[in-house]
Design a protein around this ligand. Structure first.
Ligand code: SF4
Length: 324
């Protein structure tokens, strides 16, 4: 992991209590995030990948404290995010922003685009006059490839890709350092996905942005990520520089995910690894290595002890008793 990270996450946990009975007592817990650790260096993109329900979006929301973590540590520029009061948290929200998967649901349908972007400017008092505010909105729209006159229109008048550009402009309005991109292209057509990813890459170069890029598909994060972390049932099972992970996956779960990614070169064949069964219920995750119920090479020991994340080669971390 890097020496001077912009963001440091250690042993992050989020357990959602489930209540039942007449007294609505806690009867179980969903172990959504179960001890996640990683660093993100300034200017890099960490791809966070895993199947639906693995805890990746919950991790992103905990980092911004949109939901409160149950345990662990989040350090942003050395500042302990979990200990911030409301005022300090508001200041931090200028530095950390989020782009959502469904831009339509996250954009107020009753507000014009100018109103949506302007709200972020107003909250953080980033314009002194109306003219300055409007000029900033125009600048942001042009930055994300939209036109100045779009500011007077409403979200329903735009396509999915354009709506995601509005979400990006809103995030950029406060000049953040870190943006959590929570499946920002999953709801878009493939051709539009590439355009939005290219835009995010351009913006990263231009404004020295740092991204946590969440996706359920390894092919989506391949080009944009400096490093990739793979999650399974609330835990990181592998984290490595992007090329190293794609060329030499170590964890059996990463191997299976990668085997489903199409290779553009028809001469290269990769054998598809079909995992047995579904992802287990996070209310009652399997003992030891959470992956043992589906792992093709599991041994007895895997059911008893959870493997620690170990550095198998420089910068390449794996949580597996046999491959670590
Ligand atoms: Fe498979 Fe065991 Fe490694 Fe888990 S620890 S991934 S069950 S081999």
């Amino acid at each position: 992991m890097s020496d001077t990270p912009l963001l440091r996450v250690r042993e992050l946990r989020k357990h959602f209590p489930i209540s039942g009975g007449v007294l609505a007592r806690e009867v179980a817990r969903v172990h959504a995030v179960d001890g996640v650790s990683f660093d993100i260096a300034e200017g890099e993109t960490l791809g966070l990948v895993g199947e639906s329900g693995c805890g990746k979006s919950t991790t992103g929301r905990c980092i911004l404290r949109l939901i409160e973590p149950s345990g662990g540590e989040i350090l942003f520029r050395g500042q302990n995010v979990r200990q911030l009061d409301r005022t300090a948290l508001r200041a931090l929200r200028r530095d950390m922003q989020i782009i959502f998967q469904d831009p339509f649901a996250s954009l107020n349908p009753r507000h014009t685009v100018g109103g949506i972007i302007g709200e972020a400017i107003d909250i953080h008092r980033l314009a002194r006059t109306r003219a300055e505010r409007e000029a900033r909105i125009v600048e942001l729209l042009e930055t994300v490839g939209l036109r100045p006159d779009h500011m007077r229109r409403f979200p329903h008048e735009f396509s999915g890709g354009q709506r995601q550009r509005i979400g990006i402009a809103r995030a950029l309005a406060v000049e953040p350092r870190l943006i959590v991109c929570d499946e920002p292209v999953s709801a878009l057509d493939v051709s539009i996905q590439a355009q939005v990813i290219n835009l995010l890459e351009d913006l990263q170069d231009r404004f020295n942005l740092t991204y946590l890029f969440i996706a359920h598909d390894l092919s989506v994060v391949e080009h944009i990520s400096t490093r990739v972390a793979v999650m399974y049932l609330g835990r990181v099972v592998e984290i490595a520089p992007s090329r190293g992970l794609y060329d030499n996956p170590r964890h059996p779960y990463t191997e299976a995910l990668l085997s489903a990614v199409p290779i553009p070169d028809p001469r290269v064949k990769r054998q598809r690894i079909m995992l047995q069964g579904d992802v287990p219920n996070p209310i009652n995750p399997p003992s030891g290595c959470h992956f043992h119920t589906r792992c093709p090479i599991a041994e007895k020991h895997c059911r008893q002890e959870a493997p620690a994340l170990r550095e198998s080669s420089p910068g390449h971390w794996v949580a597996c008793h046999l491959r670590g």
